[in-house]
Write a protein of this length. Structure first.
Length: 188
């Protein structure tokens, strides 16, 4: 609402554009996190989406971290290598940083501070603490926004490559041969 208070408070077209690009890349990240989770859970991607589509990015990250721990402790890196586990964990850390900022874009009220900076606030009802008076507000420059976008884009590219290296359970007749059916004989 702050950007509606006057024509001088409205974000510039450049600021709107950069924020939009960040949000689009975050959506790509969220989708790819679902694919990573499906691969780690050794589930066909489409079936995995029935589960992952309902999860927030944060919950998807938790599922992935848990699956990585299982691959380490239970399967002793026989399916996913130690290097892949480390790579995915690093990607998760990078995503967390972007997610925090994406949440600020979604939940703060933003206004143009200058043509090169935006100011966001939660408009919180809490009294600011002396130890952290700026907890519920942020100032971000256009340059910082561009860096955030470039990082988000880089993460999407990295996740795409990472997924190509993870084992994939395809939806074909072979999947039926791998299943055990109780009281049913399946001949494919």
């Amino acid at each position: 609402m702050l950007n509606h208070s006057s024509k001088y408070a409205e974000l510039t077209d450049e600021q709107f554009l950069i924020i939009g690009k960040i949000v689009v890349e975050f959506s790509n990240m969220e989708f790819l996190l679902g694919v990573v989770a499906s691969r780690l859970l050794i589930t066909p991607e489409f079936l995995g989406r029935s589960y992952t589509d309902k999860l927030s990015a944060s919950a998807l990250q938790d599922v992935i971290i848990n699956a990585l721990d299982i691959h380490r402790r239970r399967y002793d890196f026989k399916i996913i290598s130690s290097a892949q586990v480390d790579d995915i964990k690093k990607a998760i850390q990078r995503i967390t940083q972007i997610r925090v900022l994406r949440n600020a874009f979604a939940h703060y009220c933003w206004t143009r501070q200058t043509d090169t900076e935006i100011f966001g606030t939660k408009l919180s009802g809490a009294i600011p603490k002396e130890s952290n008076p700026d907890k519920d507000s942020k100032i971000i420059s256009n340059e910082e926004l561009n860096k955030i976008y470039n990082e988000a884009y880089s993460i999407v590219e990295h996740l795409t490559k990472l997924i190509q290296e993870l084992p994939e359970l395809k939806e074909d007749i072979e999947i039926l041969k791998k299943l055990k059916f109780k009281n049913k004989n399946f001949n494919a």
